[in-house]
Design a protein. Structure first.
Length: 146
């Protein structure tokens, strides 16, 4: 019996949210050059303008928290910056703290209480580091069947 051809696929973690329009945000970061992901879902200009393209998907606020409206924009920008760090496009040692501070500031601007924003900031400062370093292992490795 001739073996069947193998298929190559991967499991993907589901994202909770997807942008219906392109969103840009002035992050205040200063870079030497423009950066973008290979698929150009994310771009960060030299003057700190972050652009997240229509269709960009993210998982929203992480950890034991409630996804409230005053958390969504901050989580979007924060997730985008962390993705750039994971992909090795943005230095996580230099920019992680600024990304975490920006999350807090956007949440407060969107009406989150200062106490909750402090708590969110404390959580990402304590537990977020593992999510910023470049991936050494493929996140969704190929699966072969049969």
């Amino acid at each position: 019996m001739k073996p069947k051809k193998r298929i190559r696929y991967r499991n993907l973690k589901n994202y909770k949210y997807q942008l219906l329009t392109t969103y840009t945000h002035a992050t205040g970061l200063q870079l030497i050059q423009n950066i973008s992901t290979k698929n150009e879902w994310l771009k960060l200009g030299k003057k700190g303008r972050l652009t997240l393209k229509k269709g960009y998907a993210w998982d929203g606020p992480s950890g034991p928290t409630i996804d409230t409206k005053n958390f969504m924009r901050g989580a979007l920008v924060h997730d985008g910056l962390y993705q750039l760090m994971r992909e090795g496009l943005l230095d996580h040692e230099e920019y992680r703290e600024s990304a975490d501070d920006l999350l807090r500031d956007i949440c407060i601007e969107d009406g989150m209480s200062k106490f909750r924003a402090w708590y969110v900031h404390k959580a990402v400062r304590t537990f977020g580091g593992k999510n910023t370093g470049p991936r050494t292992k493929e996140r969704n490795p190929p699966i072969y069947a049969p």
